[in-house]
Design a protein around this ligand. Structure first.
Ligand code: FAD
Length: 345
């Protein structure tokens, strides 16, 4: 990693004029897309080698660099920041789901503070008339403290959402959480009726999970999956994961589940629209979902084609783990890190 940073810094030092021509940060807080303007970048192989080196060693990149490069993926530190971004997304024709950043909490007080914050989020969404629901992570709400404690916290959040006519999406975390997440989802969905869950196309178990989910009123976000999992339980091939995504989506549609199709992969967006057409799904029977700061152009294309689309809007002070996951997926992470390094000089 130090070698990667050093190599990148050396390139920066050897090409100051060219680097001065780099554009400002290409995506703003609402994820406006990058303009293909003049820029100096090491092309092709060299860049992909830098990307691979950096992705493998991102946890060693200084925090201020991570913060600077990942700013596009996070609305800001406060609820007010998130609400401002949601209002702007609504103006652009997109719905939103607000996520309070934080995970792997080991103290009850922190989990309870997160519950209180979510109650404020629902109140603010309703007071401002915003089109947004909420996404939660069970390890922020105490899953690793105690499953029963976590379930009670989720129940409080779901009840507050229901009182305000809103909806709670339970994000799916790494495989150590999958069974408990599905258990809590089933129990609370049966009780409250306003929860949704997430299935990950890279997991080998996902087609079975689709078949076993209670169908009545089910709302499932389907994504590829972001955590590092063993090959024993997760598909690893890029095309294999795509194929499993399409199979899972078709099964969800066939069983009458409301699918939230979460991807920036143009191939999957095209495959999903073909399935939607083939099954004659009404526009209010599915939605696309994308992350803040990723591919606004695709977002605009899908909205212009008449699809409903929701943007995931994370906010909060605990931005680091989420940002590292997003940077790992950015195909141009080395260029952005290089730019952040140069801007620091
Ligand atoms: P990819 O092949 O990864 O990306 C397709 C293209 O999108 C890339 O070539 C690139 O051009 C662009 N792109 C993708 N990511 C970035 C990035 N960070 N920066 C810049 N460009 C990028 N995963 C979970 O495990 N659990 C969850 O609960 C979960 N919730 C999600 C919610 C939403 C709304 C979305 C959109 C994703 C969620 N994910 C979740 C993450 C998901 O699993 C994938 O890791 C992520 O969406 C990337 O997969 P992709 O389908 O976009 O395909």
């Amino acid at each position: 990693m130090i070698a990667a940073i050093a190599a990148i810094a050396a390139i920066a030092a050897s090409a100051p004029d060219a680097i001065a021509r780099l554009d400002p940060d290409p995506l703003d807080a609402t994820g406006r897309s990058e303009q293909p303007t003049r820029q100096w970048v090491p092309r092709g192989l060299a860049m992909s080698v830098f990307n691979r080196l950096l992705v493998g060693t991102l946890p060693l990149v200084p925090r201020f660099i991570v913060g600077r490069v990942a700013a596009r993926y996070v609305a800001g530190a406060t609820l007010e920041d998130a609400l401002r971004v949601v209002a702007e997304l609504n103006r652009q024709g997109a719905m939103a789901t607000v996520d309070l950043l934080g995970e792997e909490v080991s103290e009850r007080d922190k989990a309870l503070a997160a519950v209180d914050e979510y109650l404020r989020v629902f109140a603010a969404i309703q007071e401002r008339g915003l089109d947004s629901n909420v996404s939660i992570k069970l390890t922020l709400l105490g899953l690793k403290v105690d499953e029963g404690f976590c379930r009670d916290n989720v129940a409080t959040v779901a009840a507050a959402a229901r009182a305000r006519g809103n909806f709670v999406r339970i994000d799916m975390e790494d495989s150590s959480c999958t069974d408990a997440t599905l258990r809590i989802y089933r129990e609370l969905q049966a009780r409250h009726g306003n929860l949704g869950v997430v299935l990950q196309a890279y997991m080998r178990r996902t087609l079975t999970d689709v078949a076993e989910l209670p169908r009545e009123g089910a709302n499932v976000r389907l994504c590829k999956g972001i955590y590092v999992e063993s090959r024993r339980i997760a598909w690893k091939g890029y095309e294999t994961v795509r194929a499993n995504f399409v199979r899972a989506l078709e099964k969800l549609i066939e069983s009458g589940v409301y699918p939230a199709i979460a991807t920036h992969d143009e191939y999957l967006a095209a495959a999903a629209t073909a399935l939607i057409d083939r099954h004659g799904l009404r526009r209010d029977r599915y939605e696309f979902q994308m992350l803040l700061g990723v591919d606004q152009e695709l977002r605009e294309i899908l909205i212009a084609a008449g699809h409903r689309l929701r943007v995931y809007v994370p906010y909060g002070r605990d931005w680091y783990p989420y940002s590292i996951r997003r940077l790992r997926e950015n195909p141009e992470v080395a260029r952005h890190v290089l730019r952040a390094l140069v801007a620091r000089r």
